[in-house]
Design a binder for this molecule. Sequence first.
Ligand SMILES: *Cc1c(COP(=O)(O)O)cnc(C)c1O
Length: 417
Amino acid sequence: MTQADSKAYYNHFFQARLDDLHKEGRYRVFANIERIVGRYPKALFRGENGMEKEITVWCSNDYLGMGHHPDVIAAVCDTVKNNGAGAGGTRNISGTTNHHILLEKELADLHRKEAALLFSSGYVSNESALGTLAKLLPDCVIFSDEMNHASMIQGIRQSGCEKFIFRHNDVGHLRSLISSVERCRPKLIAFESVYSMDGDIAPIAEFCDIAEEFGAMTYLDEVHAVGMYGKRGGGIAEREGLMPRLDVIEGTLGKAFGLMGGYISGTQAVVDVVRSYAPGFIFTTALPPAVLSGALASVRHLKNNGTELRKKHQARAATLKRILTEAGLPVMPSATHIVPVMIGDPRLCKQASDKLLEQFDIYVQPINYPTVPRGTERLRLTPSPFHTDADMHALAAALQQVIPAQKPAKVKLRQVA
Ligand SMILES: *Cc1c(COP(=O)(O)O)cnc(C)c1O
């Protein structure tokens, strides 16, 4: 090929892969929204040709609105003024600040662990920690829940270890897989507490029983639970008194805590070995001080004063489930604050979302494959403490208009644990 030919070939090839996504109805279009402090969950939507309008956001992972909390905003602004915009280096080379140290201490305490370690994101924390820990253990075998997040799957791949996938939240299946492996081999069981697309919860205690029986490490992703569950916002493991039984608890600063960044917590040795060996931790610029001081304010607020907000959040979610169910909508059973509405087809899901935005000023992003299995495409609603009854009734009425009448009969809803 000449240079001109090959350039055309590459572009043509990539365009064809995009066409595949269009044909399947799962080409992703991002909504341009501007969140406005004091108006949460309202935001400004910018459409084509300069169109602007106010919308209600129903799919934010800033579950508790902490990204707009006055203490958080004040902490971020003060730190930018005093310490500047960026960290200025990797953690190893000039990028570690007192903000990093303080927040790691606070997060270790949140999960009652010896130590914690910050990463650029929750994604990176899973990829780095799972990849590194399992790779270092000689001949390690990983047991992974089939619904685990892409970041955990990526970490498991990177470890290069043998792996077994157990059926979602299935204690019996995990037991039968783990008992088929030689007892002397190191083992790691990786799972989440709250699964973010169905809103169900793992049988953490039973998984810990198996881990103890078979001598496995436990790795728990609490990304969709930290800040929201437990007396101090330590997650489901805190709520159920299970934190000491888990070897690694991983979380994010990007969801209920309202900023960005991820972390792991565990023993001094586990945290130090990831700090010392994980490329995804070592070879990247440290998080900016302002993000960290904002996160510290958020974690502290939810730890010391978060009970009312957590109660309100749960109560709002319960009300939304009731209102949508009474309106005859296909609400999936959920044990948590996450309220999925089943559509069961990627094109219909996107169409429903488009209509909600165009005709009803309601923003809820369609959730399609590969985020969820094909045939289980859905609208995933995340009610916050600030969504009113009026917002909920407006949503129910709009959903009745945009959801196609035929039942998604092929779809079998999974039992909630
Ligand atoms: C969002 C998410 C992550 C990644 O966290 P980020 O901080 O957004 O990178 C990890 N695990 C699960 C289960 C998630 O849903």
